[in-house]
Design a protein around this ligand. Structure first.
Ligand SMILES: Nc1ncnc2c1ncn2[C@@H]1O[C@H](COP(=O)(O)OP(=O)(O)OP(=O)(O)O)[C@@H](O)[C@H]1O
Length: 235
């Protein structure tokens, strides 16, 4: 479904993606992992056309998407930091996004799920961090798309909202959707991910199931297995 081919991206002298190759097949939950600053968000932004690589190509359903925009209507994206206009209410923002995107939406179901009915008329600038993240999730999941990209989706969520998020992700997977998630929360990865994609030094250092990672690193605990991957690289 998605292919990154020989992707190179640097910011000034800083090489972030260094000839990265990656194939993501259709359907399932893929956790994109790596240390802080390893290039996870940059990789996702390349796929979204928000960062333009210096070299390489990206294919979505076998078509190159570099400097093209139409494919974006087929995906949903949850940004790591949502910079909402502070003076708009939650409802006004949802309405605005609906007006911008000519697609069916099911926002009320999600507003109910995340208990946002009492916050609908509040200004976005006055919301708590966790509530903002719930609004961010409503805006991401309210459209029906085959590819869902979630950059740190658990940030600020309370335990009940976290359970709702996991159920939501599993529901989308059951419909055959492809879900890419970046996160540093290993318990979350353990519960939801079908496959792990680990980025280090600008390349894909590991791709496979959690079971395969544990076997390769000879470690049964995911957090330690990941730490083991990194330390072996630098040993
Ligand atoms: N627009 C930019 N200009 C300059 N440097 C950038 C830019 N965007 C990202 N970087 C740098 O590229 C590197 C990779 O950043 P990126 O946000 O992709 O990492 P990440 O793996 O998502 O990190 P984290 O886990 O901390 O979210 C970092 O060193 C970052 O400072």
């Amino acid at each position: 479904m998605i292919q990154f081919k020989n992707l190179h991206k640097r910011f000034g002298k800083l090489v972030v993606l260094d000839g990265l190759d990656l194939n993501i097949k259709k359907g399932g939950i893929f956790a994109v992992l790596g240390p802080n600053g390893s290039g996870k968000t940059t990789l996702i932004k390349c796929l979204l056309g928000m960062v333009i690589p210096q070299k390489g190509d990206i294919f979505y359903n076998d078509k190159s998407v570099l400097k093209k925009w139409n494919y974006r209507n087929e995906l949903n994206y949850l940004p790591q930091i949502a910079n909402f206009p502070p003076n708009l209410s939650v409802l006004e923002l949802i309405q605005m996004v609906k007006n911008l995107r000519p697609k069916e939406s099911n926002e009320q179901e999600l507003i109910d799920l995340f208990g946002l009915n009492d916050s609908l008329n509040k200004k976005l600038g006055n919301l708590s961090g966790g509530t903002k993240q719930k609004v961010n999730l409503v805006l991401t999941f309210m459209f029906d798309s085959n590819l869902i990209i979630l950059d740190e989706p658990t940030t600020g969520l309370d335990p009940i909202s976290l359970i709702h998020l996991k159920e939501l992700i599993q529901k989308e997977k059951a419909k055959g959707k492809t879900i890419l998630i970046t996160t540093h929360i290993m318990s979350f990865v353990n519960e939801v991910a079908d496959e792990i994609v680990f980025i280090l030094d600008g390349k894909i250092y590991f791709k496979g199931t959690i079971g395969e990672l544990k076997k390769q690193t000879n470690n049964n605990d995911l957090e330690h297995a990941i730490a083991n991957l990194i330390s072996k690289q630098y040993a």
